[in-house]
Design a protein around this ligand. Structure first.
Ligand SMILES: Nc1nc2c(ncn2[C@@H]2O[C@H](COP(=O)(O)OP(=O)(O)OP(=O)(O)O)[C@@H](O)[C@H]2O)c(=O)[nH]1
Length: 364
């Protein structure tokens, strides 16, 4: 967040430095000669200093505009180094003004620079202080080393400005922290809502709503490139008896294990295992032929068998088993029809003794 903020408002601050630089250069040409006569001797040095600031600011602005990722870490580091250099150059510039007795420009100018730095860099105390501290120090020291009629007044003004700067920094920092905190909270909230909207709260796998969305999307893709696609509908055998025998809590744990087993049987990130409702599950297998779907179904049966979840009341096995119905997409078939075909195969698996898979009749 800080990184993003610095590369965004840093550009504005670089433009400010650039404009100030042009002002210093222009001042020499547009001010009455006597007003700046005292610094005429040092003018070539000032020209070099302003030239350097112009070169640094314009190159960093160019870099920030051209970078593919404007919030990259290296860019914010580069900006930080550039600001340090610019600060050092301003320090020398102000020193020249002060020793030349041209202090009238230094205080308002330094104050402007310090307060614009506060506006653009307040969220990063390290960068803000590394830019402003050298400027604070040089004007403070010069005010006493090269006293003028206004030394005391300047000192009071200096303390007043420092107080304003620090209180302003604290207020702005407070707002920044508040904004960052609420952005994090909002992000967490969106993540929680997405999880609730897309996942089954018990098993953690996709819910029926997401399954339908993903199936519709997959079928839209099928219209363009007719790759195979299969569905497997699954139902835990005699789950009511399991619940009645072991209790609802154990039933929930059993469903969680079954869901995990389905997820482990998927092969690619495209495959989706979802809870369809109650003890019914469904799997979407894009790029999968009926034959490959049979392999997945066999793998699920093996994985479930390996889990050995006891089911004392099941007439088909001492362990929890499942019925599986497989259907494969054929051109012009709707999502509802495809699900109905998988469901029909599932009911045939139940009718033929459970603990088995069956292929939809259209595949045979
Ligand atoms: N523990 C638990 N049980 C559930 C949940 N959702 C549905 N059930 C139970 O699942 C059982 C489903 O019963 P049936 O539809 O008769 O299915 P079945 O007993 O498996 O019979 P067949 O499907 O014919 O093998 C019911 O007892 C439901 O209460 C759940 O989230 N947790």
């Amino acid at each position: 967040m800080r990184q993003r903020a610095i590369t965004t408002s840093g550009v504005w601050f670089l433009w400010i430095n650039l404009v100030f630089c042009l002002f210093i250069l222009g001042r020499h040409y547009f001010s009455p000669i006597q007003q700046i006569a005292s610094i005429t001797q040092s003018y070539p040095v000032l020209e070099v200093l302003m030239g350097l600031i112009l070169a640094i600011t314009s190159s960093v602005i160019f870099l920030l505009r051209m970078a593919p990722d404007q919030h990259a870490e290296w860019l914010s580091k580069c900006l930080h180094v550039a600001l340090l250099c610019i600060s050092a150059l301003w320090v020398v510039c102000f020193y020249i003004f002060l020793v030349s007795g041209d202090s009238r420009i230094v205080f308002p100018f330094a104050a402007l620079l310090i307060f614009t730095a506060l506006i653009s860099l307040y969220f990063d105390t390290r960068v803000l202080l590394s830019f402003t501290l050298p400027i604070w120090v040089v004007i403070l020291v010069c005010n006493f080393v090269y006293p003028s009629d206004l030394t005391v007044l300047n000192a009071v003004l200096y303390i007043l400005l420092a107080g304003l700067f620090e209180s302003g920094r604290r207020i702005l920092c407070g707002w920044f922290i508040l904004a960052v905190r609420s952005e994090h909270e909002n992000r967490d909230l969106i993540h929680q809502l997405q999880t609730l909207a897309n996942h089954d709260p018990l098993t953690g796998i996709a819910n029926r709503r997401v399954f339908h969305l993903l199936l519709d999307k997959a079928l839209q893709r099928q219209e363009q490139c007719s790759t195979p696609l299969s569905l497997i509908m699954l139902d835990v055998d005699h789950f009511k008896k399991y619940n009645d025998h072991y209790g609802h809590q154990a039933g929930d744990e059993c469903l969680i294990k079954v869901a995990k087993c389905l997820e482990e049987a998927t092969r690619s990130t495209q495959d989706v295992a979802a809870r369809f409702g109650g003890e019914e599950f469904i799997m979407l297998l894009p790029d999968t032929t009926a034959q490959q779907a049979i392999e997945v179904a066999k793998r699920i049966q093996q994985n479930l068998k390996a889990l050995e979840i006891p089911h004392a009341e099941s007439p088909v096995s001492p362990y929890v088993t499942m019925c599986l119905g497989i259907a494969s997409w054929t051109p012009d078939i709707s999502a509802t029809r495809l699900i109905a075909q998988a469901d029909e195969a599932l009911y045939r698996a139940k009718a033929q003794g459970r603990n088995q898979w069956q292929l939809s009749h259209t595949e045979e």
